[in-house]
Design a protein around this ligand. Structure first.
Ligand SMILES: Cc1ncc(COP(=O)(O)O)c(C=O)c1O
Length: 394
């Protein structure tokens, strides 16, 4: 990493590789021809890998969206929110009841979205606090919930939910389990099959370092059965563009119901190829090395974190500003130190900053970025202990 280079340490959209950018700049092609179906097959296969599912052939006409497991992947034109809305709108009837525990902005958004399409019991925990699993268990024991939905990795607060424990509870209580995996899939361990997750959502611009405006969902056969059954009963929520039945009709043939986001699909396919070369485990480990380094370094520097200590995320770290420092620090970090981190949302604005450790960010960039953050604090008169920053990232 050159000391003049910019450090872009945000929790998405992240920097795209040259491979991805070149693919985005590919010449136009028709939306229904063999050429685009090849693009979709390549993307589907890359997505199955990113979702940690059984592999599929990146070849048109051989069901690239399916594999030797119970899941299919469906590409959605739109950002992660679009894919999440597609899941919720199609999976539930207006009189279904779902359970949504939250501890940050994006979980709360899941609850808000559910309210548009069904009934919701919203268990609202303080931002950054772990869910009370005992309370979840008690709720599930009531036996009235069609599904439990979570934001797996809460980007607004830097907390990762204990998905394995929640999945086990859902299985015991025969309740379906759905995850917003928008900043977890591709950046930290996600096991849709082991967790018997009915649906997991990914957004391209986060851990897989693809372009903004395209997303996908991995769904299992129970999800698909429910979507069809609800449609046949005439009980579907209103929706047209995000109709899962239409998407499922086209998927066998590596197609989408409407004009696909052609160049975004090409760009994301190329980014997923970079992930494949690194391997999921390789990327999860690199993200963890960076997040762990940031956590340990800033702990030793005397900072505090928003998220509960046992569940701090490996793709985003939320660090509280020390007394007397606010977002002016972030502006100076960008303007004078060529380094970007992101601020907080809603009621936490100005009280903390968030460091992204996702996508293809090299460890050297994170090290350089941390050194600049420390220097920037010094310009505010906030002197910090002298530490060997590099040693935190081995
Ligand atoms: C966990 C999580 N869920 C949902 C979203 C919303 O995704 P999008 O902006 O792609 O619609 C974000 C965006 O930051 C996120 O981090």
């Amino acid at each position: 990493m050159d000391s003049n280079d910019d450090c872009f340490l945000v929790p998405g959209p992240v920097r795209m590789s040259d491979e991805c950018l070149q693919a985005l700049a590919s010449p136009v092609m028709t939306a229904r021809g063999a050429e685009f179906r090849d693009v979709m097959a390549h993307l589907n296969s890359g997505l199955r890998h990113a979702f940690n599912l059984a592999p599929s052939e990146p070849v048109r006409g051989v069901q690239s969206w399916a594999g030797d497991d119970d899941y299919k992947v469906v590409v959605v034109s739109g950002s992660g929110t679009a894919a999440m809305e597609m899941v919720i709108a199609n999976r539930f009837r207006s009189n279904d009841l779902v359970l949504v525990p939250t501890n940050g902005k994006f979980g709360e958004r899941v609850a808000e979205m559910c309210k548009r399409f069904c009934n919701v019991k919203h268990l609202q925990y303080e931002w950054g606090r772990a869910f009370d699993l005992y309370e979840l268990e008690q709720q599930l024991e009531r036996g009235c919930y069609e599904s439990l939905l979570i934001c797996h990795n809460e980007t607004s607060t830097g907390i990762t939910q204990d998905a394995a424990a929640i999945a086990e509870m859902c299985a015991r209580h025969k309740t379906s389990f759905i995850l917003d995996g928008i900043t977890s899939v591709g950046g930290t361990a996600v096991h849709p099959e082991e967790w018997n997750a009915e649906a997991v959502v990914i957004g391209a611009q986060k851990c897989t370092a693809g372009p903004s405006g395209i997303a996908a969902v991995a769904i299992n056969s129970h999800f698909i059965e429910r979507v069809h059954a609800i449609r046949e009963q005439g009980d579907s929520n209103p929706n047209y563009y995000f109709d899962m039945v239409s998407a499922l009709k086209k998927g066998d043939d590596d197609q989408t119901p409407w004009t696909p986001a052609i160049n975004l699909a090409m760009g994301w396919g190329a980014a997923l190829e970079v992930l494949k070369n690194e391997t999921n485990e390789g990327r999860w480990n690199r993200c963890q090395t960076m997040a762990k380094g940031v956590r340990n370094l800033f702990t030793d520097l005397g900072f505090e974190f928003l998220a509960d200590s046992e569940q701090r995320s490996d793709t985003v770290t939320a660090i509280l500003y020390p007394e007397g420092i606010n977002d002016e620090w972030r502006t100076r970090l960008k303007d004078d130190f060529n380094t970007q981190v992101i601020g907080a949302q809603d009621h936490l604005k100005g009280k903390m900053f968030r460091v992204g450790s996702m996508g293809e960010t090299p460890i050297s960039e994170m090290i350089e970025g941390c050194k600049r953050m420390i220097e920037c604090f010094a310009t505010f008169g906030h002197e910090l202990p002298q530490l060997d920053v590099d040693s935190y990232f081995v």
